[in-house]
Design a protein around this ligand. Structure first.
Ligand code: GRF
Length: 220
């Protein structure tokens, strides 16, 4: 075990704009969380998230799926790339590619994701459109450990928002993302403090199995 006071070493995987990455960077630079980003890796060479990393001197790497014959070949290259940076955790932040079973098993309990819904509701894509279509009274976002089941791993923390009359995807996602930007760094800081782990296929908090996800309150 590392010294609990030493920063949590992470590698971030992303495909897009990287506002989630930026939130983590901002919290690190403000001294609010004990985390260090060893590298940012993308499957999209022109992802804005890579530029955000480069802007603050974080190492980056783009791995293109089309350069590999199949998913297994790509996942193997991705795993080798990640290993070079020796992270304690792999943090998915808008990474749009499904990770294969052998990849997930190789890093079992060491991969985190943030998904914009109150899981297990609305796994997969287009959660904002789907929640509005369904007429749910609330929506939100979830941080969970990644397993081979898509958006199905043990839940750690969730943030809820009310769906308001007149909400569209843009207004709803703005409120959810406001929470994501604080919640994900907060979970990473709890990992750094060794308060959270995945064991026996479930999330644990302070050495006890987490019966239900923690609730994130933005005003905290
Ligand atoms: C986040 O809203 C997260 O919920 C989902 O992907 C989005 C990433 O956005 N997994 P960005 O690329 O970080 O701006």
């Amino acid at each position: 075990m590392n010294d609990p006071a030493s920063p949590l070493q992470i590698v971030v995987l992303l495909s897009g704009s990287g506002t989630t990455l930026q939130a983590i960077i901002d919290e690190i630079r403000s001294g609010n969380i004990n985390v260090e980003i060893n590298a940012v890796i993308s499957d999209q060479p022109d992802a804005t998230g890579l530029t955000r990393a480069e802007n603050v001197g974080i190492q980056t790497c783009a791995l293109l799926p089309r350069d590999y014959p199949d998913r297994q070949g790509f996942d193997h290259a991705l795993a080798s790339c990640i290993d070079r940076y020796k992270p304690q955790y792999i943090v998915l932040a808008g990474y749009m590619r499904i990770l294969g079973k052998s990849f997930v098993e190789r890093f079992a309990g060491k991969i985190l994701n943030i998904h914009p819904s109150l899981l297990p509701r609305f796994r997969g894509l287009d959660t904002y459109a789907r929640v509005l279509e369904a007429g749910d009274a609330e929506h939100g976002t979830s941080v969970h450990f990644v397993t081979a089941e898509l958006d199905g791993g043990p839940l750690i923390m969730q943030a809820r928002v009310k769906v308001l009359d007149g909400d569209d995807e843009e207004s709803l996602s703005a409120r959810v993302k406001e929470r994501e930007r604080k919640m994900y760094p907060a979970v990473l800081n709890m990992l750094a403090a060794k308060r959270i782990e995945m064991k026996d296929g479930q999330a644990w908090l302070d050495d006890k199995p987490l019966e239900k996800p923690m609730e994130f309150d933005l005003s905290r």
